[in-house]
Design a protein around this ligand. Sequence first.
Ligand code: C2E
Ligand code: MG
Ligand code: MG
Ligand code: MG
Length: 293
Amino acid sequence: NADAAMYHTKNNGRNGYYFFQPSMNTIAQNQLQLINDLWLALDSDELRLFYQPKYTAPSGPIVGFEALLRWQHPRRGLLTPDLFLPLAEKSGLIISVGNWVINEACRQLHEWRQQGHKNWSVAVNLSARQFEQNSLVDTVVTALEKHQIPPHLLTLEVTETTAMLNPDESVRILTALTDLGVNASIDDFGTGYSSLLYLKRLPASELKIDRAFVNELSENSGDATIVSAIVALAQSLNLKVVAEGVETPEQQAFLTHLGCDSLQGYLLGKPIPPDRINELKEYIKTTDSTPVA
Ligand code: C2E
Ligand code: MG
Ligand code: MG
Ligand code: MG
């Protein structure tokens, strides 16, 4: 098997990568190999950003896109973040990966702006470790300036759980970031344990209802109660509400009825590579009146 042979060549140390002791178990070996590969991937153009549209409820116009990381691995194929981000986080590589993501998202947005899509925004996810870095503000400023992006067109998504790891520190970091003019969004909301007082202190402008609640909407009336409570809470705190994971027309209608501002999900658009964004044309026509150059 070609795959195994390649690992074998790399693993015997001749390329200066990790040398695997025979005593190491297979899982540990695979993990080290993946970290090693990721380190190389950063330099060899294997990371990709896919973009998932975010629509004004119920079905447009497009507000912007969430950038979602993919890794075009030379042997394993296209990998989703769950397969490598936890390792990137553990190994510290997430800082370099995260910096790449911020810069690449701004570069892509600049390209879209040049094509006439002046109102589109882009959202980038931040990991816990990246969020704690003092250099994050500099990274964001540099990327915005380099690609001439008006700060209000960039949103930084932080999960409720990340924000709660160190609440005071999160307020400080998010304040520094939002002072730049970028937007902060609380991702996967409803799965963590924020207190209302704390939520009020966070300088976020948007709250994303976790997919788990949206998922259960049709079958479980308990979750409908939760979703409407989250929407009411967000509105009372002056936060925009986004629902993620919208997969059915029933969910779309119900979330709109409850007062969600925007919707994201497979029903409206899956994450796609930027060269396929024109497949969303019918929406673009109605949403972006600026002529395409
Ligand atoms: P997230 O930020 O909550 O992103 C939403 C996830 O749900 C994405 O998975 C997206 O593809 C998926 N999704 C969207 N609509 C639907 C739907 O209708 N149904 C279903 N079943 N799934 C839907 P993905 O791309 O695999 O990303 C997973 C998580 O990885 C993200 O969750 C985010 O926390 C993290 N992530 C992605 N890209 C980055 C990145 O660049 N940096 C960091 N730190 N984390 C990232
Ligand atoms: Mg997100
Ligand atoms: Mg989410
Ligand atoms: Mg999520």
